[in-house]
Write a protein that binds this ligand. Sequence first.
Ligand code: GTP
Ligand code: MG
Length: 336
Amino acid sequence: MALVATVAVVGRTNAGKSTLVNALVGEKVSIVSPVEQTTRNTIRGIVADPRGQLVLLDTPGLHKAVGTLGTLLNRMARRSAAGADITCVVFDASQEPQLEDIGWMQRVAKEKPEKVVFVLNKADKSPFFEKMFRDAWNEACEMRDDGRDVSHLSSDIAAQCSLRSEDMRRPRSPWKGAPTKSAPLWVKSISTTEGGAKDVLDALFGFAEEGELLFDEDIVTDYPRKLAIADAIREKYLSHLHQELPHELGIVVKRVVDEGSRWSAVAEVLVNRPSQKPIVIGRSASTIKAVRKSAERELKDVFGIPVALELWVRVEPNWMKNQKLLAEMGYLGGLV
Ligand SMILES: Nc1nc2c(ncn2[C@@H]2O[C@H](COP(=O)(O)OP(=O)(O)OP(=O)(O)O)[C@@H](O)[C@H]2O)c(=O)[nH]1
Ligand SMILES: [Mg+2]
């Protein structure tokens, strides 16, 4: 028997959720970038520790949903939070609390999940808005207890966080003032630094309970191979193109062939409009070549075997609303 728990890692986009998950696992299982909405699937990272095992669900950051893909990503984040033993909300505390941060606080205040860790991430940065985050949490609790209207929150966020104003106008909560099960544990983290997330790990194991291991001890993720390859390609595109294209780029890995001493994979790079094609290809194919090379390097590291990539660029208007393609990219669930 060991300590085990499943942990939903949630929070707004760019808060550092994937960075934290990688730091806790000790290996890169999830892609990271300074661009918003980097994570598109729920990725399971598995932490092996002498104390036991944590199964972390790295979710897409909540954001204002635009179109089918945005709605799917938000749904995925909410579902993961609902099914996990521990809710770990990551805040980028180097910036003042934003609407989405307050949305998560409202949701925790209202739903009172039993075990909650609030991570004040980016503690290496200055200024650091710890007090503002704690004040925002107190205010969220007061609002809940007073039954105050939350209509000043954007309807989007309120809806995302299942905060309907009629719920908030209910009479005073009977457990006002009583110690709540949901009182979150606050910890700071520098997820980019080795050992910088130790307090988060301790907090999570503090909530874990005795049980059987959920996965083999030597496994770090059960994320499907095709999706991991697609993510590596997308991450390299995000770092090559920066803000130029990110949300309109989709990667579908069509097939992966195990050739013994190496794998070969064929992937499509989907763009919305013909004008975007030259951007992803680059002058004399320089961008696509650079992306392919750096993705191949990374995949060799991740899988421990050379991976040869073949990339094809395809114009697919509205791919973000195409259910078949979204399913191929793993966005229609089935992973959690
Ligand atoms: N300085 C500093 N930067 C951090 C820290 N944690 C994460 N970052 C940076 O923050 C940016 C966003 O990190 P991600 O891990 O991709 O954020 P995310 O919350 O997973 O974002 P989405 O997948 O879009 O929801 C990256 O550039 C990280 O390097 C930290 O503790 N300190
Ligand atoms: Mg992420």
